[in-house]
Design a protein around this ligand. Structure first.
Ligand SMILES: [Fe+2]
Length: 173
């Protein structure tokens, strides 16, 4: 009996986990649908908030940089303009990740090593793309923009959101 109950509890918690994942996917889908009709690639909304003002403001800048890149591509801007915007995006991303990591150090965030690893991987992915773009090996495309959008949005929703309550508890809002 006890074993059966334990199994049921286990199954229920797995289902809750799956439901949570589905909710995230649904949220992303709705976000995509909302943005497909207008001129922005990403629209800021509360699902992107992590509850720490300084971080939310920096994330908004990242979103704006992505939207500028999208607008530049859509209006047929040349390589020089796109390169400049990509440089801005890379530079700001490095600055922003650094801000997050400094806060994690200051408040001894336990999950910092894994989070930092993710930052390193993201920085490398973007830097690799920028290098390929600048050397003429790959053009700017909708696929690339959607890739950039999903790494920003997914990182915020899946990883950054986890530190929000931790920082809030430490008095950082
Ligand atoms: Fe982060």
């Amino acid at each position: 009996m006890a074993v059966e109950i334990a199994e049921n509890v286990h199954e229920t918690s797995e289902s809750i986990g799956e439901l949570g994942e589905l909710a995230v996917q649904l949220g992303e889908l709705i976000c995509d649908m909302k943005t497909s009709g207008d001129d922005s690639l990403v629209t800021w909304n509360s699902t992107l908030g992590v509850g720490v003002r300084q971080i939310d403001e920096q994330h908004m800048v990242l979103v704006e940089l992505l939207n500028s890149l999208y607008a530049a591509m859509k209006s047929g801007q040349g390589e020089a303009v796109l390169s400049g915007l990509l440089d801005d995006l890379v530079q700001y991303t490095v600055y922003h990740f650094d801000t997050e990591e400094k806060l994690m150090d200051r408040y001894s965030y336990p999950d910092k090593p894994a989070h930092r690893k993710e930052h390193e991987a993201l920085k490398k992915q973007v830097a690799d793309f920028v290098e390929q773009f600048k050397s003429g090996k790959v053009p700017m495309s909708n696929d690339i923009l959607h890739f950039l959008k999903s790494w920003v949005v997914n990182h915020i929703k899946r990883s950054d959101k986890r530190y929000g309550p931790f920082f809030n508890q430490k008095g950082l809002v």
